[in-house]
Design a protein around this ligand. Sequence first.
Ligand SMILES: Nc1nc2c(ncn2[C@@H]2O[C@H](COP(=O)(O)OP(=O)(O)OP(=O)(O)O)[C@@H](O)[C@H]2O)c(=O)[nH]1
Length: 204
Amino acid sequence: MIDVKLAILGGKGTGKSALIVRFLTKRFIGEYASNFESIYNKCLCLEGKQLNLEIYDPCSQPQKTKFSLTSELHWADGFVIVYDISDRSSFAFAKALIYRIREPQTSHCKRAVESAVLLVGNKQDLCHVREVGWEEGQKLALDNRCQFCELSAAEQSLEVEIMFIRIIKDVLTNFKLKEKRRPSGSKSMAKLINNVFGKRRKSV
Ligand SMILES: Nc1nc2c(ncn2[C@@H]2O[C@H](COP(=O)(O)OP(=O)(O)OP(=O)(O)O)[C@@H](O)[C@H]2O)c(=O)[nH]1
């Protein structure tokens, strides 16, 4: 069983809980409790592997230090950053979150491989009152090595599922990359030790 941990982050009211509930139950309820944080569990099989998926839904209280994110950054294997296409301020918030995740000291010091990040423009059903263009979302994602999609938690069950599968697949790819790097690192260390001590032995 492989553990996959996803954090769903974004501004208040962007539809984080709606996306999670849609993915887990295929339903859109309309109103979701937002005054406590939750971790949801789901077991699923993907690419022949059994996964234990944990999804973190934060509580959007303003007193929670806006961009500290330290525990989330350590905990999560992948991030879904959500904004509301009809609310420009939520896009600015999403941008700040992405910058925080991609900060050099965050992405290089703590991790061998850059975290998987998927930017989601939610509430596509409100495109008649759109404040953020599709191209802006796409550009922000491309510039910061993130995946991108626009969708509607309210109306698109399949798209929400595809979005979650995309980020989970990216996380699994990162796991493979990490595995590849680890043995080659230890091999080269073994080679180095062997060279040093091997040479010494020869000279005795
Ligand atoms: N029109 C529309 N409304 C949506 C959509 N997704 C969520 N909503 C609505 O947006 C509001 C906020 O949704 P939530 O899922 O609670 O958003 P959240 O980001 O979890 O909110 P906080 O936990 O308070 O930050 C609710 O009234 C939802 O019904 C969507 O795709 N389209």
